[in-house]
Design a protein around this ligand. Structure first.
Ligand code: TMP
Length: 207
């Protein structure tokens, strides 16, 4: 059924995903491809309300509540945006998807992989992105970038150790799924990152 390709972007806060998302969208448009860009948590009206709760620094919640809400938002996102777009033949670029749950809730909060895998199976079955671009940056670089942009949300307020665990979990997943997850050194200048991106997208999705 699925005709379009599903691309996800991942990285710790401050890795520069948004800039690269815009670049990638323009690149695909220049090849005549219709692209839907979206994000997690969010992407639907309902999911955006969950996002507001999840990112609000005043909210306190159990790590498993946080996990369940991430997957609840994802279920809506798949149903209302991702799958219908792909079935129509559009390509979808999502700023984060399930790898973020394994990295943030698994690595950062310590929720077990077994529980995350059950939710993954429940919410998406065997469905996976065609390509995941993981933008890797040292914690220090990411922290500096985040501080420059805006007031910190509930995740951005976490300490360096949290982000070290999140990054370690991302790196581990990139090793575990080398066919799908491509690591890009995002501490390099923008034009170098863009060139790396183009190379990967050409090789994986146009060959
Ligand atoms: P963003 O600011 O990059 O859009 O991401 C929102 C935050 O949500 C970010 O700090 C990572 C976090 N997040 C999780 O903790 N688990 C998830 O499954 C997703 C999708 C995002």
């Amino acid at each position: 059924m699925q005709q379009g390709k599903f691309i996800t972007l991942e990285g710790i806060d401050g890795a520069g995903k948004s800039t690269h998302l815009t670049w990638l969208e323009n690149f695909l448009n220049s090849k005549g491809i219709d692209v839907v860009t979206t994000r997690e948590p969010g992407g639907t009206a309902f999911g955006e309300q969950l996002r507001a709760l999840l990112l609000d620094p005043r909210q306190r919640m159990h790590a498993e509540t946080e996990t369940l809400l991430m997957f609840a938002a994802r279920r809506e996102h798949l149903d209302k945006i991702i799958l219908p777009s792909l079935n129509r033949g559009d390509w979808v670029i999502s700023d984060r998807f399930t790898d973020a749950s394994f990295a943030y809730q698994g690595g950062g909060r310590g929720v077990s992989s077994d529980k995350l895998q059950i939710l993954e199976q429940w919410v998406q079955g065997s469905f996976q992105p065609d390509l995941t671009l993981y933008f890797d940056v040292p914690i220090e670089t990411a922290r500096q970038r985040v501080q420059l942009v805006k007031a910190a949300d509930r995740f951005e307020q976490e300490q360096d150790e949290f982000f070290r665990q999140v990054r370690a979990a991302y790196l581990q997943r990139a090793q575990q799924f080398p066919e799908r997850i491509h690591l890009i050194d995002a501490s390099q200048p923008l034009h170098v990152v863009a060139a790396a991106l183009e190379c990967i997208v050409q090789e994986v999705l146009f060959n």
